[in-house]
Design a protein around this ligand. Structure first.
Ligand SMILES: [Zn+2]
Length: 553
């Protein structure tokens, strides 16, 4: 074959295969090519992502030369089905948050309740985004339809080449760096790992519950007690006037009341609800993931200590989409799901009233609020729509990102903080009125950033800042409880992470059991502050990173 004929054949071959090549490139390359705009992964990781994605593209392209057009179209359709959801999520994350989605956050996506996702999507969906999504899916569908039959290479005559290309493709499943670098393979591998973990944890917890585990009480069990844990949602203490915020977002909760300890230096151990719940409700540690299921969790300890246990959640749980949240919290003897009413958090109050009225000696009531989660406007009733920058001119920032929409978002967040003040103080008021020897602990699962230093509102581990981990932490106790437990120390200046919440809360109840560690209880005289981690970062790292960003805004 002369040079010209070879060139012609090559061009003709490319013309025939161009839709296949474009289709593969369309499905595989946009995510890795966008990774350099992410600020949370290094340059070499970006290069590896691009390298492995191109290698996968070429291997698939060569591999498909061995098959007839029907099979090629089928393979491309399967690839489209498998890549469309992860690529949309990765691209949205890259474009809107300039962040590359990490495995922990991928797991959080799988653990997010579908109801919550629906609300989130409904809030952000607009005709432009809908049109964008339709166009995004139509392009590869068009390319698949346009693919035409062309020359098929015989496997029998090119055994070596075929074996080689299969070997390379298998690498993407078996060789960790390759699998990790291709976004959609990493996405599904994370899903499989998550499912496996969930299955094992479920099995282990069920078998452990049958084993004996002694939980004793420090004090003679003559006086019954009612203990209430209120878990808030996405509330940073920086938007609470109780902690010095300029807008009066706390009108009912206030300092100076000796029965209420307002802790000034408490942080959450993570930034997403479920990873936080997994740490707060169990003895899970960074270096001991197994403690999640090998050691008892909150409800189990109190059930074993003879408490009547209640769980009231305004966050949907249970049902078909069982997560580790359900594994832990459905261990309560009585469960209520007021989230079904789809109303702001005041909806939990009648359920609390009912639980308080029950004639039981010792009670543990855990309330999980929807709190201040996005979209903020759904978190409060109309009468709490009180903060308007247009009238109070509170937001002084002249930053470019401080658009009218951003100001409105801050107003709405502050309205939700004001309403949360009502909900938390109402819970305390109800418990107080029950006249039991009682205590209420309130804290938020994690914080929230609301346009403090950049064009961003929300919480995401990839964009971690101190706004997302500095949380309110309040302990209220009734006068009789105070007289009964003079051994406890309430020092609001203590540096604490809710990673050690279980040690502290069981100490508040006076429970003792194997592995109890008094140095980790916020309320114990022997308390010793420890290094506080936020995912893989120390709190100091997060503060430094935030200071850098604030300096460069
Ligand atoms: Zn949360």
């Amino acid at each position: 074959m002369n040079k010209q004929a070879f060139k012609d054949k090559l061009i003709e071959g490319f013309k025939q295969k161009r839709f296949l090549l474009f289709c593969l490139a369309y499905l595989l390359l946009p995510v890795p090519l966008l990774t350099p705009i992410a600020h949370n992964i290094g340059f070499s990781d970006c290069l590896w992502a691009i390298f492995f994605s191109v290698l996968l593209l070429l291997s698939l392209f060569v591999f498909l030369q061995f098959f007839r057009i029907k099979t090629v179209k089928l393979c491309c359709t399967v690839l489209l089905i498998f890549t469309v959801v992860p690529s949309a999520i990765f691209i949205a994350y890259l474009l809107f948050a300039q962040a590359f989605l990490l495995s922990d956050s991928i797991t959080s996506i799988f653990e997010t309740n579908p109801e919550e996702s629906k609300e989130f999507i409904a809030y952000y969906m607009n005709p432009f985004i809908t049109a964008g999504i339709i166009a995004y899916i139509s392009i590869p569908v068009f390319m698949i339809l346009k693919m035409r039959a062309s020359h098929v290479i015989s496997i029998g005559r090119h055994k070596l080449a075929f074996t080689l290309v299969i070997t390379v493709l298998l690498l993407f499943v078996t060789f960790r760096p390759a699998a990790h670098s291709v976004y959609f393979i990493n996405f599904y591998k994370t899903y499989i790992q998550y499912k496996k973990r969930h299955y094992n944890e479920k099995k282990e917890i069920a078998s452990r519950l049958k084993q004996p585990f002694a939980v004793t009480k420090l004090q003679p069990d003559t006086v019954g007690q009612t203990l209430v844990v209120v878990i808030g949602e996405s509330l940073t203490r920086r938007h609470m006037s109780l902690y010095g915020y300029g807008r009066k977002t706390n009108v009912l909760l206030h300092r100076g009341d000796s029965s209420l300890a307002v802790y000034d230096d408490v942080v959450s151990p993570q930034v997403h609800t479920i990873p936080v719940i997994r740490k707060v409700m169990t003895f899970l540690e960074r270096s001991h993931a197994d403690y999640f299921s090998s050691r008892p969790s909150l409800f189990e300890l109190f059930n074993r200590a003879g408490y009547e246990t209640y769980f009231i959640s305004n966050q949907p749980y249970g049902g078909r989409y069982e997560t580790s949240y359900d594994l832990l919290l459905t261990q309560a003897k009585h469960q209520h799901d007021p989230s079904l009413h789809k109303k702001p958090d005041g909806v939990v109050l009648p359920y609390l009233q009912e639980a308080l009225a029950e004639k039981k000696k010792n009670k543990l009531i855990v309330i999980h609020l929807m709190g201040n989660h996005m979209a903020y406007v759904f978190r409060y009733p109309k009468q709490y729509d009180v903060f308007h920058n247009d009238s109070d001119g509170f937001i002084r920032s002249k930053a470019k990102y401080m658009t009218p929409e951003a100001r409105k978002t801050i107003d709405r967040y502050d309205n939700s903080v004001l309403y949360n003040d009502f909900v938390v103080s109402s819970i305390i008021r109800q418990v107080k009125a029950s006249k039991a020897s009682s205590a209420v602990v309130y804290f938020s699962d994690h914080g929230e950033e609301v346009y403090e230093m950049r064009d961003f509102a929300g919480h995401a581990y990839e964009k971690v800042s101190s706004y997302m981990c500095e949380i309110p932490f309040l302990v209220w106790r009734s006068p009789s409880f105070g007289r009964y437990r003079t051994d406890l120390t309430f020092d609001p200046a203590r540096r604490f992470s809710t990673a050690d919440f279980l040690y502290s809360f069981t100490d508040l109840a006076g429970l003792r059991y194997q592995n109890f560690d008094a140095t980790r209880s916020l309320l114990n005289q022997s308390f010793k502050p420890r290094e506080r981690y936020f995912g893989e970062y120390t709190y100091k790292d997060v503060k430094d990173m935030t200071a850098n960003m604030e300096g460069s805004k």
